[in-house]
Design a protein around this ligand. Sequence first.
Ligand code: ADP
Ligand code: MN
Ligand code: MN
Ligand code: MN
Length: 337
Amino acid sequence: MKKIQAEYIWIDGHKPTAKLRSKTRIIPGPVETIDQIPIWGFDGSSTMQAVGPKSDCMLNPVKYIADPIRKEDNILVLCEVMNSDGSVHISNTRSYLSEVFDKHKSHEPWFGIEQEFTFFRGRSPLGWPDGGYPAPQGPFYCGVGADEVFGRDIVELHLKRCLNAGLHVSGINAEVMPGQWEFQIGPLGPLDVADEMWLARWLLYRTGEEFKVSATLHPKPVLGDWNGAGAHTNFSTVEMRNEGGLQIVIDACEKLRDRHNDHIKVYGAHNEERLTGLHETCSIHEFRYGISDRSASVRIPMATANEGKGYLEDRRPAANMDPYKVCAILIDTVCGD
Ligand code: ADP
Ligand code: MN
Ligand code: MN
Ligand code: MN
């Protein structure tokens, strides 16, 4: 029987920001359904996931995609982490999102997430002079030319690999700070967008390895007059997408105002360094929403205002946020009573 390489990918227990882990298992292939991928295990004491004396954790495959790097019939397998008795591990935030989504499925929530990130080579952002600074921000956003953008070869290869793996990337762009880029996933349902985001992040780090470049999701990789990195989360329900949806979007913004602090708690570590009120952000201590307003916490896009229906953009989540947590709280706040 033919053998394939299955790269099992999971999210660890690192605090305050979880990291990705993966390891390879040779299994019979080609795989045609998720049940053909065996449950596996790992040493939780090496990933901040061991609780008590039992350090074995279980890897439960929940989604697989074509491996765009190893190609042929090889696959990437996203897993949920379970305790050795099969119960949900405390670090498993996907399972909670799945519960919240089940409760509010009738609202048909969609998400499009904009993932900003920053390339580093050694201790400096890619393209920055060693120990120094480039020219001030201004020309870099959506720039072109070797003096404007840094790392396009990596970004292009990452995009190609995401598309070859069947991920729903909707676009890429160079960002305001040199060495910083963005890709977007969606719109998709909450589990799909979050699963695909974690897989796309894994592919980004893995692709960076080939260039000896790391990608960081830190929300403020360089202090000072440099843009931070966010994960703007675009969100709609079926009611928002239908006629009269604009009013539903505004009602949602009012609900978001009431739970601002609860949201900030799950929108990523070190986000206070980014949400200063400068650099196209609203202060972490305030909640404001507005049409076309990129200095607000939540922006109602121009097209949504003009058409009277559409979606909202929550600009608060940091680049290092956990999309399972962010999607869960948005559904809970907006679709709950
Ligand atoms: P920005 O102008 O803020 O840079 P982007 O073009 O980067 O916006 O991202 C917008 C995101 O919104 C895309 O990922 C897109 O898929 C998503 N989106 C579009 N329509 C909807 C919708 N109805 N519900 C949720 N997300 C949506
Ligand atoms: Mn964008
Ligand atoms: Mn952006
Ligand atoms: Mn945006």
